[in-house]
Write a protein that binds this ligand. Structure first.
Ligand SMILES: Nc1ncnc2c1ncn2[C@@H]1O[C@H](COP(=O)(O)OP(=O)(O)OP(=O)(O)O)[C@@H](O)[C@H]1O
Ligand SMILES: [Mg+2]
Length: 300
């Protein structure tokens, strides 16, 4: 199996380094997003890379940017490192390392809101529902079970926390943060795009239980930014394995999470080393979901 990429250091100013991605400033309002093969589980970044994961996440995102090009302005500038403006000083060898796992985008002014849409009840949405009967201030019918499909998809925004976990907020709070006009537009776009993606994935046997979009402004236009409908920003479930009331198996991190649970790890750093077979199985799971969703193959 090919080796994975845990860290890359490019000779460009780094804007941020998340658990998975490193973002660089490529000059003149351009951002370079590099997706590594890092994997986090239970909020801890594991020591070993999952080979191919970064490329799959990046290619999936690019697939959806294209899919939504009629819904929202696309600010992807390119994905071939040899042709990216602003990367002239990056040595050829490093350009090879980031090939497939990088995208150059126009820098937007991001809205301080995570545009979450839920079609099924799970995670923090389910927890809120159990406690209050509501999700983000929206009342739901009683008696819903974990992993039940919602009567209709809900826009359940969250703050973008610099540290710790994002916090669910009400629509009124979104209005306060971005103004009524933008709030309305973000809600409408998110719900519309989610519905299109759900329909597309359903025909491929995949349930998109929920997802998170990020938007920003470029020359006063609302644009789609960040990553789009990847397993890191969404919950993908195999449609034929959904049992309401139970935790559906996810397509991606489940294998790692299950192994970590069984290992007896206390979920505080440092994490244990993953066995080779767990790494391989996980890498395969990412390839499978990518191939199922996009009907294209990934080189091995
Ligand atoms: N085109 C863009 N213009 C401006 N900002 C962008 C653009 N694309 C992505 N971003 C921002 O870059 C940041 C990416 O951060 P990243 O997702 O790597 O780390 P994080 O969200 O801080 O942590 P995590 O690892 O938990 O995801 C986000 O704040 C996102 O809004
Ligand atoms: Mg992020």
């Amino acid at each position: 199996m090919a080796e994975g990429v845990l860290n890359v250091e490019l000779p460009l100013p780094k804007v941020t380094s998340g658990k998975v991605r490193d973002i660089y400033d490529a000059g003149d309002d351009r951002l370079l997003l590099v997706t590594t093969d890092r994997l986090s589980a239970f909020d801890v970044v594991l020591k070993q890379p999952i080979p191919g994961r970064g490329e799959i996440l990046n290619r999936m995102s690019l697939f959806w940017f294209g899919f939504f090009r009629d819904d929202v302005r696309n600010v992807v500038l390119g994905n071939d490192p040899d042709r990216m403006i602003g990367l002239e000083n990056v040595p050829a060898e490093l350009r090879e390392t980031i090939r497939g796992r990088s995208v150059l985008m126009r820098k937007a002014d991001p809205f301080p809101v995570e545009c979450v849409v839920r079609g099924w009840l799970i995670g923090s949405g389910f927890r809120d529902y159990q406690e209050t009967g509501e999700v983000c201030g929206i009342k739901l019918p009683p008696g819903l079970r974990k992993a039940d499909r919602l009567p209709e998809p809900m826009f359940t925004p969250a703050t973008k926390a610099k540290e710790g976990h994002d916090e669910n907020i009400s629509y009124e709070q979104v209005v306060k943060l971005v103004g009524a006009e933008h709030a309305e537009k973000l809600r409408e776009l998110s719900l519309e795009m989610y519905a299109r993606a759900v329909e597309y994935a359903r025909n491929r046997g995949i349930v998109i239980a929920d997802t998170k979009f990020e938007f920003g402004l470029v020359d006063d236009d609302i644009v789609l930014i960040d990553e789009v409908l990847t397993p890191d920003s969404s919950r993908f479930w195999p449609a034929d394995r959904l049992v309401p009331g139970e935790n559906p198996p996810s397509y991606d991190k489940q294998i790692v999470r299950d192994w970590l649970e069984r290992s007896g790890w206390n979920k505080r750093p440092p994490p244990p080393d993953l066995p080779e077979e767990v790494i391989e199985k996980t890498a395969r799971a990412y390839r499978d979901i990518f191939e199922r969703l996009t009907s294209s193959t990934i080189r091995r």
